[in-house]
Design a protein. Structure first.
Lengths: 83, 721
């Protein structure tokens, strides 16, 4: 597995990552923080909507759907497909 | 927000006169979709509507329970993710908790998603000391192999924790007992040693300074919430008071406010100097709280890795319901199936009911003959009130009684958020919010409810879009009208078993057309009157839950169906009387009704309908349920047909009055797109607070309907000639 930084929306279905930073997300920033998108928390992209956007992410035992444009502000350390 | 003030003043008004020692107020708070309403219902014995999706409770509900001779008022407030609110419903919830109206806060957590719940408990603990933690949905979590050690959680948090499974009624007595204990602790002033999150050192130092500054003044200012919360709020919001909206507290606060504000400004400046701006502080505070919650959760939650089959089932279902092709197919098939069951199931009871009412009418007529009443009164009662009323029951009740439970099953299962998830990209392109799909779904039940539900949408622009376009979704008052018209005019051409399937497909098509119209109008509005970029949104997809069939059916038949029917009947009786009077009072040899109908006839013809249909729609403004019964009545008043026993007789009556398939199609389209009913209009005015938007919500669907019907009628005329 190769560790690399990428935006949350760039994860493919099934891939996991660890949240690094939340950038400019406007008024969504606090909501994302509240949902658990804070540094060090593990997140996994589960599946996408029929058109590919939005996508559903598993974070802290909850499934949250985010649009790609909103997830673009979150940087994650990708670590592949394993659990 | 006047909504909040109403709650606040309501509570003040009601609590002031009675002895404060006799009643305690408990607020029910927590993340969305953790079963707060179920806990509320179990505690108070009320039947607040529940569903498996976040944002279902948009207004607060109140109830009571008694324990140990004392009365407890329970306030069910909308779910929220944190105390930094995003939407109107969330800020109402936050402000209620800040107002100090509650003696204790019961924080409900989902055992399957405990760490998030703990995070919310930690935040609440900064606000008040009187907390009862309820770990709900434990049965569901156990099935997923998640076990929560509540004893340990209680020890770690320093707060009373009760494990419950409210849907099964487990742990409710313990909750009541615990709440009573906490509330009596309030009276004696006993303090608990509770856990507090320690923030990173520079922030924590400033918090301590501010906290003690506020605590010094707290005896002068009458606030019941903890100084730590106020201190944190000051640091995060540039010294802005957390009480901007509850003026009473703000007033008492303002005297001492300036000093505290200065201290806050100093603290802020010092933090800025070391590179911690507001956003960084917010991120650092939230992340520390969340990581603390995770650490606590880790010590109390035991996950059985072997029992993950439920989780895998969820993922497989998600794959099916949100797949590229299967997602769309499933959505259409589900809609079709629901409609098919409704149409097929509603036919027979409809016939039985109208037959029964027919017999009853003969007896009633006989009965009235024996009474010394003037002929006009008898006609008014039997031909007016009785007939319209019974027709509503026989035409409207069966589809409603079938559709509602089916819809509630879908709602309980957790499918609705997935539908919103699928439709989001469509709505995104229309400049609207993905949650609009949820409010549209609520519109199936009742447009007024759908409009209120729009509070879950954060951005005001997108909320207006959802409100204006909600009436394109046929509510259950219009929905049986569509089924009746379809079965009368568009079916019967193919073999019997295929007939009802064709009906369901046609109805699905119509609903999709309504949806398409709402999308189109959203797009049009966001290009013109409501310009703006689509804002961000987050949507939680809850775990699938097996709906409980028994309670669903009882609940939806008793609560929703009877409520809606009752409202329709309340409107139908006077409307029946009015139309009877109109058809019997004559002006220059013609009845008032026929004069109006004749006046509207040219416009009706232009739209592919006729004057009677338009008149019925106009008179149906209070409730759409009465439109078809009004049409029947108006036609009968003009002709000499008196016996209407079933749908085929109605068909014959309509056909006699010049109805063709194209009339039926235009009527159905107009049913789908015309002014919202009176209740919805009032709700729109309440929600938007603007006459302009209320007017637009009436004009836009009506105009759309006129254009669509006019076009269809013109095309039909050309094709048929």
């Amino acid at each position: 597995m190769n560790h690399s930084e990428c935006a949350l929306c760039q994860l493919r279905d099934g891939e996991c990552g660890r949240v690094l930073t939340i950038g400019e997300c406007g008024n969504l920033r606090q909501r994302l923080l509240d949902l658990g998108f804070v540094e060090g928390v593990r997140v996994r992209r589960l599946f996408s909507a029929p058109s590919g956007d939005p996508a559903a992410y598993l974070i802290r035992d909850a499934v949250i759907a985010l649009r790609a444009s909103d997830a673009a502000g979150i940087t994650v350390m990708k670590y592949g497909f394993f659990q | 927000m006047d909504f909040f003030n109403k709650i606040l003043s309501g509570i003040r008004r009601q609590t002031k006169p009675c002895d404060p020692s006799s009643e305690a107020v408990i607020a029910l708070a927590g993340n969305p979709n953790v079963g707060k309403s179920t806990v509320f219902n179990r505690l108070t014995g009320l039947r607040q509507h529940t569903g498996n999706w976040a944002g279902k409770t948009v207004a607060t509900a109140e109830g009571f329970f008694r324990y140990g001779g004392r009365r407890y008022r329970v306030v069910d407030i909308p779910g929220m993710y944190s105390y930094s609110p995003h939407s109107a419903e969330e800020s109402a919830a936050v402000r209620f908790l800040l107002s100090g109206s509650a003696d204790a806060v019961m924080v409900v957590c989902d055992a399957g998603c405990l760490t998030r719940g703990i995070g919310f408990v930690l935040e609440t603990a900064e606000l008040t000391d009187n907390i009862i933690v309820c770990v709900n949905l434990t049965d569901e979590a156990e099935r997923r192999g998640i076990h929560v050690d509540t004893g340990r959680l209680s020890k770690l948090l320093g707060l009373p924790v009760v494990s419950a499974s409210a849907a099964q009624g487990k742990g409710i007595d313990e909750l009541a007992a615990c709440a009573a204990k906490v509330c009596s602790g309030v009276k004696s002033g006993a303090k608990r040693h509770k856990f507090a999150v320690k923030y990173p050192s520079p922030i924590e130092e400033k918090l301590q300074i501010l906290q003690s500054a506020i605590a010094d003044k707290q005896s002068d200012i009458e606030i019941t919430i903890n100084p730590r919360y106020i201190a944190l709020h000051l640091l995060l919001n540039d010294g802005e008071s957390p009480f901007t909206d509850s003026s009473e507290i703000a007033d008492s606060f303002s005297h001492e406010w300036e000093n505290i504000k200065e201290t806050a400004a100093e603290c802020r400046a010092e933090l800025d100097a070391i590179g911690l701006d507001r956003e960084k502080v917010a991120a650092s505070v939230t992340s520390r709280r969340i990581l603390t919650a995770d650490a606590i959760g880790e010590q109390c939650v035991c996950k059985d890795k072997a029992k993950t089959s439920r989780l895998q089932l969820d993922r497989r279902l998600d794959k099916l319901f949100t797949g590229r092709i299967s997602g769309k197919v499933c959505m259409l098939l589900l809609l079709c199936a629901v409609f098919w069951l409704t149409i097929t199931g509603a036919n027979y009871p409809s016939e039985w009911l109208s037959e029964m009412f027919g017999h009853l009418e003969v007896h009633l007529r006989g009965l009235t003959e024996t009474l010394p009443l003037p002929q006009a009164v008898k006609g008014l009662l039997i031909d007016g009130v009785y007939r319209v009323l019974t027709r509503i029951i026989s035409v409207m009740l069966p589809p409603m009684a079938i559709f509602f439970p089916l819809f509630t099953l879908l709602e309980d299962s957790g499918y609705l958020p997935r539908a919103a998830f699928n439709l989001d990209s469509c709505l995104h392109r229309c400049g609207a919010c993905g949650k609009q799909a949820l409010t549209s779904c609520m519109g199936f039940g009742c447009n007024a409810v759908g409009v209120t539900g729009c509070r879950i949408i954060d951005s005001p622009r997108e909320r207006l879009l959802a409100i204006v376009t909600n009436s394109f979704i046929p509510c259950n008052g219009r929905f049986p009208m569509l089924t009746a018209l379809i079965s009368m005019f568009l079916l019967g051409s193919v073999a019997a078993p295929l007939d009802s399937i064709l009906g369901a497909v046609l109805l699905t098509g119509l609903i999709c057309l309504g949806l398409a119209a709402s999308f189109g109008v959203s797009k049009l509005l966001s290009l013109t009157l409501l310009k703006g970029v689509p804002s961000s949104f987050t949507l939680e997809l809850p775990p699938y839950r097996k709906p409980k069939f028994g309670s669903v059916i009882i609940r939806s038949v008793l609560d929703r169906t009877l409520f809606v029917l009752g409202r329709a009947a309340a409107v139908a009786a006077p409307a029946g009387a009015v139309i009877w009077i109109m058809s019997n009072v004559t002006v220059g040899g013609d009845s008032v009704l026929s004069v109006i109908c004749r006046f509207l006839d040219p416009l009706g013809k232009l739209l592919g309908m006729d004057g009677v249909i338009l008149t019925a729609f106009l008179l149906g403004l209070p409730a759409n349920e009465i439109v078809i019964p009004l049409m029947i009545m108006a036609y009968m008043a003009q002709g000499n047909l008196t016996e209407i026993s079933d749908l085929s007789a109605i068909h014959a009556l309509f056909a006699d009055n010049g109805w063709t398939a194209s009339t039926a199609v235009c009527t159905m389209l107009f049913t789908l797109m015309h002014w919202p009913c009176a209740t919805t209009c009032v709700t729109i005015y309440k929600e938007t607070g603007s006459l302009r938007w209320t007017a637009l919500s009436i004009i836009i669907p009506t105009l759309t309907g006129c254009v669509v019907c006019g076009t269809v009628a013109a095309v039909c005329r050309v094709l048929l000639i």
